[in-house]
Design a protein around this ligand. Structure first.
Ligand code: ADP
Length: 235
């Protein structure tokens, strides 16, 4: 077997707060081959975002190991983590996080200017079906279109890892389908390993594997016999 693109071993995360320690991750193990699509399900507070933040190099684990794209994140220096985030990771969040004073094209260009081998912003926006909206500002776009700009921004750097935290959480179902289609298509094209965190059990159908969380642990990993296109899933 090829070396996994993502190798997580006994990962733990404790947040120290005034009210005491919060055990957000309690020994997570996960091996993922390159190009796989995972959907992470579980109740609020079960540790899904914490895992995503650690794998994206935004936060650090307190125990265990996590190796992504050949970098051992738990042993990396801050400079290595910054380089890793810029070169290897795409993020998509629930609330788009676009810069309101920049056009769609400029929002994508912000990222492509600091990446190693990026697509042109125009190509990334074409891939998510927004060729005719490149010079629009976020306020001139619907929520679904804004999220597709965020997808273009995340994939323009051709990331090895694409992390999506509730990407359809603030969208109506038709816009949600369009955003998930864009994510599925572009991750296939750039060969990214993709993790989608969701409250919505209905999107599990598009995953290769579904990972269920509870209380900081993985409780179940299930392989989908037949992967569905986002439009084939019932919402
Ligand atoms: P999920 O994404 O599944 O909703 P999270 O990873 O956000 O879960 O949270 C896991 C646990 O860690 C929760 O109990 C949450 O309150 C706690 N937590 C998350 N971030 C912080 C933080 N920055 N400081 C303290 N506790 C946190």
């Amino acid at each position: 077997m090829n070396e996994p693109a993502l190798d997580v071993r006994n990962l733990g995360k404790v947040y120290s707060t005034a009210a005491g320690d919060v055990h957000a991750l309690r020994g997570v193990d996960l091996q993922v081959p390159g190009g796989e699509m995972l959907v992470l399900l579980g109740p609020s507070g079960s540790g899904k975002s914490t895992l995503l933040n650690i794998l994206g190099g935004l936060d650090r684990a307190t125990s265990g190991a996590a190796c992504v794209a050949g970098l051992e994140l738990t042993a990396a220096t801050n400079a290595e983590l910054t380089r890793y985030r810029r070169a290897s990771v795409g993020f998509i969040f629930q609330f788009f996080n676009l810069v309101p004073s920049l056009t769609a094209r400029e929002n994508v260009a912000l990222i492509t200017e600091i990446a190693r081998d990026p697509m042109r912003p125009e190509e990334a926006l074409a891939r998510v079906g927004l060729s005719d909206r490149m010079d629009h500002f976020p306020a001139q776009l619907s929520g679904g279109q804004q999220q597709r700009v965020a997808v273009a921004r995340a994939i323009a750097k051709r990331p090895q890892l694409l992390l999506c935290d509730e990407p359809t959480g603030s969208l109506d179902s038709e816009s949600g389908v369009q955003v998930l289609e864009a994510i599925a298509e572009v991750t296939r094209d750039v060969g990214a390993t993709t993790m989608i965190v969701s409250h919505n059990v209905d999107i599990a159908g598009m995953a290769d594997r579904v990972i269920r969380f509870r209380d900081g642990r993985i409780t179940e990993i299930e392989r989908n016999g037949k992967k569905l296109a986002p439009r084939e899933m019932s919402w």
